[in-house]
Design a protein. Structure first.
Length: 301
């Protein structure tokens, strides 16, 4: 991507009623940093406060227009680059925190079983202490100062991941971004859920996506179709690699498929491969020996 990074810590109007303020946390996982959005005027909503960084908290508060107040805080998901600033911002403003649930909310049975057998989180850091004041469910509408903000449960990148839609503009968190495909890292990430969430967004008629990182997506349908195709292509790569009837580990599959990936990024690639293998296992397309686990040998059925 060649998008120019916006200035850090400065409010920018993206369209009437939607402002963005960039957090100072650029990295290979966050691109130019976390996009914090401010919705409405007067009494405003903050969506994804971001990492717990004092300069970002100060920038959010001091960048408001004279007389404006923050009255609600929405969080897409409990990763360390999205949710940890919510409690300090709530304490500073009195605004309650809205989200799907804590960091374990929404996990599938297979992911809960893997956690029980010792699988730990990988990739982006989890905000294990995150607890919202108000729980949102799929299809809820947050009414605020003349705004109707629709809640869309979009698990996949993270089990408690929510997207939010206001006037045809959907805030997709880390589920859909323009600069990269979303990381799906078990047990927090779930590829079966990710694909279902993509289909849920695909049948909508949203006019624009505002992601958690990077530039707005002005062609939502095209991007969703690309994400679905990308994942199906990766699935085909894995099935082809398993096609010789021999046992393969996650590491060997990753090395065979991600031939041009820098070594430092291979652990994340292995998590993506494991996510696909779990999905294929659940669909009875592969077998895991002795049992479904990161250390298993995998065979194509």
């Amino acid at each position: 991507m060649t998008d120019k990074s916006p200035p850090v810590g400065t409010y920018q109007t993206l369209e009437p009623g939607i402002r963005r303020i960039l957090a100072p946390n650029p990295s290979p996982m966050t691109y130019w940093g976390t996009n914090t959005y401010v919705l409405g005027h007067g009494e405003v909503v903050v969506l994804d406060p971001g990492p717990n960084l004092a300069p970002h908290l100060d920038a959010i508060l001091t960048g408001l227009e004279p007389g404006e107040q923050i009255s609600k805080i929405l969080v897409t998901h409990a990763h360390l680059d999205h949710s940890p600033l919510a409690p300090p911002l709530s304490q500073a403003t009195g605004a309650p925190i809205y989200a799907f649930g804590n960091a374990q909310a929404g996990r599938s049975d297979v992911m809960r079983d893997l956690v029980a057998r010792g699988l730990s989180s990988g990739g982006e850091g989890v905000d294990v202490d995150f607890t919202p004041d108000i729980i949102l469910s799929d299809g809820d509408v947050v009414h605020h100062n003349g705004l109707d903000i629709e809640t869309i449960w979009t698990p996949g990148h993270f089990a408690n991941h929510l997207s939010f839609c206001m006037n045809g503009a959907t805030f997709t968190g880390d589920h859909v971004m323009a600069w990269a495909s979303s990381l799906v890292s078990p047990p927090d990430g779930d590829l079966t859920a990710f694909m279902a969430s993509c289909e849920k967004l695909r049948i909508r008629d949203d006019r624009i996506y505002y992601p958690g990182h990077g530039a707005p997506i002005v062609n939502p349908a095209e991007r969703i179709n690309w994400l679905i195709h990308h994942r199906k292509t990766r699935e085909a790569d894995i099935l082809n690699a398993l096609g010789n009837g021999q046992a393969h580990t996650i590491t060997s599959l990753t090395q065979n498929i991600y031939t041009e990936t820098p070594t430092a990024l291979l652990p994340a690639a292995e998590r993506n491969v494991f996510a696909h293998l779990i999905d294929l296992y659940e669909r009875d397309l592969v077998r895991a020996k002795p049992t479904l686990d990161v250390s298993a040998d995998f065979f194509r059925l």
